[in-house]
Unconditional design. Structure first.
Length: 87
């Protein structure tokens, strides 16, 4: 199951449990990296599974469907999973 939102930044994975959103994780990163330059197009947003595996937004779509967390791709915006799709 997908249990956390996560961002991979500067070689480290930052995460927060459900029902957090990616902007909450970004706020935590900014505490550690004041003046942070972050672009979600260039940097890596994703999720953590209950096993601690990091999945990109694209990888997480199929995982969430297989885990029964979302019913199908029709509910997903494009090819990427968003926390709003889960909780």
């Amino acid at each position: 199951m997908i249990t956390h939102v996560a961002i991979r930044y500067a070689g480290k994975i930052y995460s927060l449990p459900a029902t957090a959103r990616h902007h909450h994780v970004l706020a935590e990163i900014e505490k550690e990296h004041p003046g942070l330059s972050y672009d979600p197009q260039d940097d890596d947003e994703g999720f953590l599974t209950s096993d601690g595996v990091y999945l990109t937004r694209e990888e997480a779509v199929d995982y969430a469907i297989q885990a029964g967390q979302i019913s199908d791709r029709i509910k997903v915006y494009g090819d990427m999973l968003f926390s709003e799709d889960l909780w």
